[in-house]
Design a binder for this molecule. Structure first.
Ligand SMILES: [Zn+2]
Length: 155
């Protein structure tokens, strides 16, 4: 995997965390560097998705959309997505916590299996079989990540 040394800056650039002069350098660099442009595009589409997502719509529709998002990524993107997923999971946990609190449902006492899976990228199989509905969400996350990585390398 050949990575441009500037790629570490792209996330900070995307998040608006760079001082203006560095941001300009990155902007100029983006003109000539396709990997960095891809990186930025991937970050943008992920952020767009996260912004459009609310935990109240953790429905099959939302899951399908996330599925499509993951399926559309390349193997390299998938690894990035997995890294990015931890920040996505943090957003989800905060939002889900607010949502659970406001609807009076269980929250921090015992995180749902999909929440744990999202944070750790590992699925506790004992809990998974106990609460199949929630666990499905975690399972497809893992399946998508593993599946698209394998299918991309197999070709
Ligand atoms: Zn670059």
């Amino acid at each position: 995997m050949s990575e441009c040394s500037n790629q570490s800056r792209i996330e900070a650039y995307h998040d608006g965390e760079l001082p203006p002069e560095i941001a300009r350098e990155v902007q100029l660099h983006l003109i000539d560097c396709a990997p960095c442009r891809d990186e930025l595009r991937a970050l943008q589409s992920m952020s767009q998705f996260v912004r459009s997502f609310s935990p109240a719509e953790m429905s099959s529709v939302a899951i399908d959309r996330l599925h499509q998002q993951v399926d559309s990524l390349t193997a390299v993107d998938t690894l990035r997505f997995a890294k990015r997923l931890s920040s996505l999971a943090a957003c989800l946990l905060v939002a889900a916590g607010v949502w659970f609190a406001s609807t009076g449902q269980k929250s921090e006492a015992s995180p749902a299996p999909w929440e744990r899976a999202a944070v750790t990228l590992q699925l506790d199989s004992a809990t998974a079989s106990a609460q199949t509905g929630d666990a499905d969400t975690g399972q497809w996350m893992l399946a998508s990540l593993n599946g698209s990585r394998e299918s991309n390398q197999g070709d």
